[in-house]
Design a protein around this ligand. Structure first.
Ligand code: GAL
Ligand code: ZN
Length: 662
């Protein structure tokens, strides 16, 4: 277990650095991440490097025993570069250049930008790749942030054409895959194809899906360039990572994580509680203390991050006080950063790096807090760090232990993109749907992993696939094998509705999963607010009505109907089916469940599969487990009691208790 901090030595006079380093050491920090926005200082003119300040910063930190996490500064191309090569600037869907003056102002496809990147990364790796005080590397900063995954420039247009040629081989195949006969969209030459720039009404969803795939691939290949340049020169002890953003939807995070030694993530709990889109607009939020954020939203991000490689991750930016980019930017009390730290470690983090060292007096983030205030005095985060020092042995016992959930929730970015392009019911959100199941499991005290389709599923007793929208045939085979070997699979609405190129499936629904579930979806209805189709179920804890989205399911002779519609147009057909698949089973749920319905379904499934429930938890308590240590966190301002194996465990307000659990 290690702590660290994000530091900008370039914001402070060099005479201050050694005092900062002493204070960092006194707070028990080990790692200091630096330089992710410092390109101009490192390379003030093309090909001219200025290393002294960076050498001194790293040495000053090292003199206090601090290890540097060095970043490549490619999130901020300097003004001289933009002046010399304005074509590196990204272009939005309306054809507008996004100009210099903030950050992330580059097109990841740009060959010129990749040339510039080669020079700075090669130079940094040559200088610090063997430096004993450099522990590892962060590539760039928050890929995709500020809507920068998707660039619509001419160079992206040319690269998209190459990408499509590779995928389809011929224009005939592309026209068929996109259904371009509709509205006279047929292409006769590759040169007629562009990124989906501003159109009159919605652009072709097959075109857009391929463009989203392409755009994500451009960032993945841009990162790969840096990964390879670093690995050519750095010592094997130095790790290579980038900082992810939890439930960020624009990039295929599974592809982005794949070449990295380790995944790191940034977490700003109050920000996402204020702007969060994971709840239905009309759904009441659970009540937590006012300054802790929503631990379910925060934990969803942690769990998603753990699942990217199914390995412990590092927290690269942990909020320590108020932020500056949300609606209220709520003030944070002492004790809350400590609670966040425990939460992320219990969820699978092995190190926690705080953002940021000291509040900055100038520019965009002048109202963002740090461990130190603007005037250098200690803010609440610094106090919490001192408190955490005393708890290091317990935290280290956690990081020494594995995270071993028995339930998996499957996530796929292509399904997410395709569904979001034509959600049909406008508020049908892929991530919200996942979040319903996640919350139900949290309420039941059942840990879950959020993993890609390609993950090893055999380790899980229950696998939930809320929506396998694009009907991935390889997934159908994998899920069939999983069930046949004794697993319990729960597949949800709208699965198999589309083909991989985003056309509607030709055969019966749910497409490639039809045989696996032994049932057929004949009709589906999006339901407006206030409308529900009643059903009766054989599961005492699960009851109707189906709201939001309902499907009429007809089971085959060998398949059981576990819930049947009793009224409305689907009366007499199934809302939930179960088929025995060799040693296991496959269930199909024909509605978008409420959290209560998801809980009512998962609770008996978990009991049948002997999935362990960590504790009985009132609203406000969150439980997570590493090895034999059960961590119970209280995100409210009242003491709350969990029941663990029939024993009460009282957790004080905004506090944490660790109990042994076999
Ligand atoms: C992150 C970003 C940091 C800083 C922070 C402010 O998204 O990586 O550089 O801007 O937000 O909360
Ligand atoms: Zn571009």
């Amino acid at each position: 277990m290690r702590f660290g901090v994000c530091y900008y030595p370039e914001h402070w006079p060099a005479e201050r650095w050694s005092l900062d380093a002493q204070l960092m050491r006194a707070a028990g920090l080990t790692y200091v991440r630096i330089a992710e926005f410092a390109w101009q200082l490192i390379e003030p003119a093309e090909g001219e490097f200025s290393w002294e300040w960076l050498d001194t910063a790293i040495e000053t930190l090292a003199a206090e025993g601090l290890q540097t996490i060095l970043s490549t500064p490619t999130a901020t191309p300097p003004a001289w570069m933009v002046k010399a090569y304005p074509q590196i600037l990204p272009v939005d869907a309306e054809g507008r250049r996004r100009h210099f003056g903030s950050r992330r102002h580059y097109c990841p496809t740009s060959e010129i930008y990749r040339e510039q990147t080669r020079r700075i990364v090669t130079a940094l790796a040559a200088r610090y790749g063997k430096h004993p005080a450099v522990a590892g590397w962060q590539i760039d900063n928050e890929f995709g942030c500020h809507d920068t995954t998707r660039c619509y420039c001419d160079e992206c247009a040319a690269a998209l054409r190459r990408w499509l040629r590779e995928r389809y081989g011929s224009l005939e195949a592309l026209n068929a895959a996109w259904g371009t006969v509709f509205w006279s969209q047929t292409y006769d030459e590759w040169a007629e194809i562009f990124p989906p720039r501003l159109t009159v009404t919605e652009p072709n969803p097959s075109h857009v899906l391929d463009y989203y795939r392409f755009a994500s691939d451009m960032t993945v290949s841009y990162q790969q360039l840096q990964v390879e340049l670093l690995r050519e020169q750095i010592s094997p002890e130095q790790f290579v990572t980038t900082n992810f953003m939890g439930a960020f939807p624009d990039l295929d995070y599974h592809k982005l994580a794949q070449p990295l030694d380790l995944v790191t993530v940034d977490s700003y709990p109050t920000g996402f509680a204020e702007t969060e889109q994971l709840y239905q607009p009309d759904e009441p939020h659970p009540q937590f203390a006012y300054d802790v954020g929503d631990p379910l939203v925060t934990g969803f991000g942690h769990t998603l991050t753990y699942g990217l490689k199914q390995q412990p991750y590092w927290m690269m930016e942990q909020q320590v006080g108020h932020i500056n980019w949300a609606s209220y930017n709520t003030g944070v009390r002492a004790g809350t950063p400590r609670l966040w730290t425990w939460h992320t470690v219990a969820s699978g983090a092995d190190a926690v790096v705080y953002f940021r060292w000291r509040a900055c007096r100038f520019a965009q983030e002048q109202q963002h807090s740090g461990l130190l205030r603007h005037d250098g005095s200690f803010d609440v985060g610094y106090q919490d760090l001192l408190a955490l020092q005393a708890e290091l042995p317990q935290l280290e016992a956690l990081t020494a232990a594995p995270v071993e959930p028995e339930v998996a929730l499957l996530l796929n970015y292509q399904d997410l993109w395709a569904l979001q392009l034509q959600p049909h019911r406008r508020d049908f959100s892929y991530l919200r749907h996942l979040f319903v199941y996640y919350r139900a499991l949290q309420q039941l005290g059942i840990p879950v992993a959020i993993v890609p389709y390609a993950a090893q599923l055999a380790a899980y007793r229950l696998v939930i696939v809320p929506t396998a929208f694009l009907g991935d045939a390889v997934l159908a085979v994998r899920l069939t094998e999983y069930a046949a070997h004794g697993g319990t699979l729960l597949l949800g609405v709208r699965s198999g509705f589309k083909t991989p190129s985003n056309l509607v499936t030709a055969g019966p629904l749910p497409g490639p999963f039809r045989a696996l579930i032994g049932a057929q979806v004949n009709v589906w209805h999006a339901l407006p607010p206030g409308v529900g189709y009643e059903f009766e179920s054989q599961i005492p804890t699960l009851s109707g009505p189906a709201t939001f989205w309902a499907e009429s399911v007809t089971p085959d002779a060998q398949t059981r109907a576990l819930a049947t519609y009793t009224a409305g147009p689907f009366a007499g057909t199934a809302a939930l089916t179960e088929r025995t698949v060799a040693a296991g089973r496959a269930l199909y749920l024909g509605c978008y469940p409420t959290v209560e319905q998801a809980r009512g379904l998962l609770s008996p499934l978990a009991a049948q599969e002997k999935i362990q429930r960590l504790a009985e938890l009132p609203v406000g308590l969150v439980a997570a487990r590493r090895g034999e240590q059960l961590v119970i966190l209280n995100f409210t301002d009242q003491p709350l009691t969990a029941q663990v194996d029939g024993e009460p465990v009282v957790v004080p307000p905004r506090d944490v208790r660790v109990v042994k659990k076999r």
